[in-house]
Design a protein around this ligand. Structure first.
Ligand code: GDP
Ligand code: ZN
Length: 474
């Protein structure tokens, strides 16, 4: 048993509230096992070893009422998530049972856990570092294969290890600089400036790479907002519904709804896309209401990460399409996909001619716009659209960073930015032969910023802001 920080025992429901087959109530703290044993049918629980399961009943000692038949999972300090004694009671998932068991635990001396308190204890007892603790939140929230993989890597400490290595090497230099300062006026250089410059260049490269990965990390964690724009009757709603149906058919049995989707999320190959269906675009809106709709569309396009311009293949010329895309994206650096709909109404010859002309009419000022032809109303060509979307979004970036660390957390990105600034200042100081004192100060700031990510350096404020974002029971 190791010494841990907390003397009280916390309890909370760790599964989502509401009816379910099972609910898990978790206790952590020095009295977790004795409190459970005091209401459990098998008193031998108090002496049981860690990593064991026990079937029995929970009984209120005051009334002798049996509350539920349960399975108790027991973990002993330090071999548990929080490093404290931990008990997980799997009971039947009714709100009533859960409330009764929780109330009983409180009467027996446990305290209701605050949001994120289990994970906070895991961190403060040294079981996780800060980046790992945040990964727990990400893992719980991850709803695509990729975001799950990134969070899991972070939880396993991949990111933290990379940062610690960087810091350890910088700290060596910082220590030598501090030593020079201790010698005061004497003109000694313990820290080899050439070596420091080389190390700095390397560390700055790694930090810059991590910062670049944040853009992708953000995409993985929060998804990509893609606006579907186009004239009325192009088939925008039909396309959105087709994309949603396609996914639902594969991933879940949610029955199709008749709701007209305006905005919804679709996961394609592990990446989350948030599609926004917009009001139709027209040059001369028929009335004021429609004009407002068009204005909103332009606003949404400005906020989007990707524009999917949909048009009726039988109604527009390639030049029209190019012109409308250009108008929508003037002044924006936005990836665009041109999607010609209703191929079922156009012969293969017409389609080929359209594609050839489209590619030939690209204005020189504009990057190439990939063209996809499909029939949303017939569920034809959707796979082509999906692969075009993936190519457009991840490009080569994802392939290049697939095995490396991807920063997904805003706090981490901010700290990396701060570190990058101070590292640049150290570099500038070296280049201009600035005094040891200034070099040492900038290096300290950079180290502090890197240390904040893993919590090697942390303030109470920082911890509070991180852990209160969790929900109760985590
Ligand atoms: P929106 O105004 O852009 O949202 O267009 P809608 O999705 O409401 O579709 C307009 C019309 O085009 C509807 O009558 C659809 O049934 C029809 N439509 C959509 N996709 C296709 C398609 O692939 N082929 C054909 N023939 N009609 C389609
Ligand atoms: Zn529509």
């Amino acid at each position: 048993m190791v010494q841990t920080i907390f003397s009280d025992t916390i309890v909370a429901l760790s599964t989502p509230p509401g009816a379910g087959a099972l609910a898990v109530i978790r206790l952590s703290g020095p009295a977790a096992i004795s409190i459970t044993a005091s209401v459990f049918s098998r008193k031998s629980l108090a002496e049981a070893g860690g990593h064991t399961l026990h079937y029995g009943t929970i009984r209120d000692p005051a009334s002798s009422d049996i509350l539920d038949e349960v399975v108790v999972a027991l973990y002993r300090n330090p071999r548990s998530f929080t490093r404290e004694d931990v008990v997980e009671i799997s009971c039947h998932g009714s709100d009533y049972v859960v409330r009764q068991v929780l109330a009983l635990m409180l009467r027996q001396g446990a305290r209701l856990a605050e949001a994120g308190e289990f994970t906070k204890r895991a961190f403060l007892n040294g079981a996780l570092d800060l980046a790992q603790a945040e990964a727990v939140a990400d893992l719980i929230a991850s709803d695509s294969a990729l975001s799950h993989r990134v969070a899991l890597n972070q939880l396993r400490g991949g990111f933290s290890q990379e940062l610690r290595d960087l810091r350890a090497r910088l700290i060596k230099f910082a220590a030598l600089l501090e030593l020079e300062l201790d010698f005061g006026e004497e003109d000694v250089e313990f820290a080899d400036r050439t070596g420091l410059a080389r190390l700095l260049a390397e560390v700055r490269g790694v930090v810059a790479g991590l910062l670049r990965s944040f853009e992708l990390g953000n995409v993985i964690k929060n998804g990509i907002t893609a606006v579907i724009a186009g004239r009325p009757n192009a088939g925008k709603s039909t396309l959105l519904n087709a994309l949603l149906r396609e996914e639902r058919a594969i991933v879940s049995a949610i029955p199709g709804t008749t709701r007209d989707f305006i905005e919804d999320e679709v996961s394609i190959d592990g990446l989350r896309f948030r599609f926004v269906d917009t009001a139709g675009l027209r040059d001369n809106p028929a009335d004021e209401v429609e004009a407002i709709g068009v204005k909103r569309t332009r606003q949404r396009v400005r906020q989007a990460a990707l524009l999917l311009y949909l048009f009726d293949l039988t109604e527009m010329t390639p030049a029209d399409v190019q012109a409308e895309i250009q108008e929508l994206t003037t002044g924006l650096e936005l990836p665009v996909l041109a999607v010609g709909n209703k191929t079922d109404l156009a012969s293969p010859e017409i389609q080929n001619a359209f594609a050839a002309e489209f590619n030939a009419t690209i204005p020189t000022s504009q990057a190439t716009v990939p063209l996809v032809l499909l029939a949303a109303g017939r569920n034809q060509g959707l796979e082509d659209l999906q692969s075009a979307l993936l190519t457009q979004v991840r490009g080569s970036a994802l392939e290049n960073t697939a095995s490396a660390t991807i920063v997904t957390n805003v706090r981490h990105a901010r700290a990396l930015e701060t570190a990058a600034l101070h590292l640049a200042a150290v570099q500038a100081g070296l280049d201009t032969g600035r005094g040891t004192e200034l070099l040492a100060a900038d290096l300290r700031h950079a180290l502090a910023a890197l240390g904040e990510i893993t919590g090697d350096i942390s303030s109470e404020d920082l911890l509070t802001s991180i852990f209160t974002e969790f929900c109760i029971g985590k």
